[in-house]
Design a protein around this ligand. Structure first.
Ligand SMILES: [Zn+2]
Length: 345
C-alpha cells in the first residue's frame, strides 16, 4: 500500500453549495391559482417564516391522460382542489405545486408561488403528515407504478426542483418521494426509481457541473480487501447486507474502494460505517488524492449508520483507487470497512 501512515492529517471539508456562484436557474413558468381559476380557500391558510428544507415528489395516482393541453392542465388543478376541499375537507389544495403530463406547472395551495418567488417562508401544505411545514410538495399528474412519466413532465419537474432548491437554498440531495416519510405507494415505483437521476439532474442544473456520484459498498466489485478482513452483520447500522472488519496491525493490509472518475476535479468522500464502543476511534482513511496520499482519521465509535464526510479532495480522471481503510493504527478495536460515497463537487 502506498503511504500507510499512523497519524492522520486533517483535510478540507467540502459541502454542497446550494446557491451556486454561477448564473441563476431560470424561473419556470408557473400558472398561479388565479390563472387556472382556483376557488378561494375555505378557511385561512397558515403562513410560516421558516423555509422548507426538502422537496417531496408525489403522483396524483389519477389517469395517465393523453390530453397534454394547457386547458387540461388547468382542469386537473381544479379537479384536485375540488377533491381536496370537498372530499378531504381541507382548506385548499394540499400540495404546493402541480405538474401536468403535458409539462405545465401550476400553483397548488394559495401563496405557494408568492413565497417561492420571495425565497422566504412557506404556506403550510397538506400533502404528507409530519412534513407539511418542512417540505414543498409537488404533485405529478398520473400513476407511475408501472408507467414512465412523460419527458415533458419530467423536464419541468427538474426545472421546478432546481428553482425551488435555488430559492430556498435546499440541496438537491434533499429531494424525496412521499413514501420516504409515510407508508404509501406514492409516487409509484417508476417515478420513485427516477429520484436518484432527478437529484443528479437538479444538481447539474444548479451548479453547472455535471453531477456524478457513486456508492461503493463492501459487497461491490469496486471494493477489495484481503481474507484477513472478516464479514459481519452484527450491527444494524450497517450499509447494505454486511460489512468488513479487521483488527489493527502495523502492516499494510487496507480495504480499497476504487472508482472510475468522470473527469479531473474535486470529489467529496463520505463514509458509512456501523459505530460501536468496541470499534476503533482512530481508523485511518487513506485518500489517494492527486497531490499525494492524505490520511484522515475517523472515530468509528460514533456517528454510525449515516454518511460522514471524510473531506473533499482533487483527483485525476479515470479508473483508480480512491480511498482505503487502513488497519495501521495505534488505536484499539476493529477497524470497519462498510460503504463509501464519492460525489463530484
Ligand atoms: Zn403522495
Amino acid at each position: 500500500m502506498r503511504g500507510a501512515v499512523l497519524l492522520g492529517t486533517g483535510a478540507a471539508v467540502g459541502g454542497f453549495a446550494a446557491r451556486p456562484a454561477g448564473a441563476a436557474v431560470p424561473t419556470p413558468t408557473i400558472a398561479s391559482c388565479a390563472t387556472w381559476g382556483a376557488r378561494p380557500p375555505s378557511s385561512p391558510l397558515t403562513l410560516i417564516s421558516t423555509n422548507p428544507d426538502k422537496i417531496l415528489v408525489h403522483h396524483t395516482a389519477g389517469a395517465n391522460s393523453t390530453d397534454l393541453s394547457l386547458a387540461h392542465a388547468y382542469a386537473i388543478a381544479r379537479q384536485i382542489q375540488d377533491f381536496h376541499m370537498d372530499s378531504n375537507g381541507w382548506s385548499d389544495t394540499g400540495q404546493h405545486f402541480t405538474i401536468s403530463r403535458g409539462g405545465y406547472v401550476m400553483e397548488g395551495r394559495h401563496n405557494s408561488l408568492a413565497k417561492l418567488s420571495a425565497g422566504s417562508g412557506m404556506v403550510v401544505g397538506a400533502h404528507c403528515p409530519g412534513q407539511n411545514d418542512k417540505a414543498i410538495g409537488i404533485e405529478n399528474e398520473g400513476l407511475y407504478t408501472t408507467a414512465t412519466p412523460p419527458a415533458a413532465m419530467y423536464t419541468k419537474l427538474v426545472d421546478m426542483c432546481a428553482y425551488i432548491c435555488q430559492q430556498y437554498g435546499i440541496a438537491p440531495t434533499q429531494i424525496y418521494g412521499h413514501r420516504d416519510f409515510i407508508a404509501t405507494l406514492c409516487p409509484g415505483d417508476v417515478l420513485y426509481g427516477m429520484l436518484p437521476q432527478l437529484r443528479t439532474d437538479v444538481a447539474t442544473k444548479l451548479n453547472g457541473t455535471p453531477a456524478w456520484s457513486t456508492i461503493i459498498d463492501n459487497t461491490s466489485s469496486s471494493f477489495r480487501a484481503s481474507a484477513n478482513w472478516g464479514t459481519s452483520t452484527f450491527s444494524a447500522q450497517r450499509y447494505g447486507a454486511d460489512y468488513r472488519y479487521a483488527n489493527p496491525v502495523a502492516a499494510s493490509d487496507p480495504a480499497y474502494y476504487s472508482a472510475t472518475l468522470p473527469a479531473a476535479g474535486n470529489y467529496k468522500i463520505e463514509t458509512w460505517y456501523p459505530a460501536n464502543a468496541g470499534y476503533n476511534a482512530t481508523t485511518p482513511y487513506v485518500v489517494f488524492a492527486s497531490g499525494g496520499n492524505q490520511t484522515v482519521t475517523v472515530n468509528q465509535q460514533a456517528n454510525g449508520g449515516k454518511w460522514n464526510t471524510v473531506g473533499t479532495f482533487a483527483f485525476g480522471s479515470g479508473a483508480r483507487d480512491v480511498v482505503a481503510v487502513s488497519r495501521w493504527t495505534s488505536g484499539a478495536g476493529y477497524v470497519i470497512a462498510d460503504a463509501v460515497r464519492i460525489t463530484r463537487v
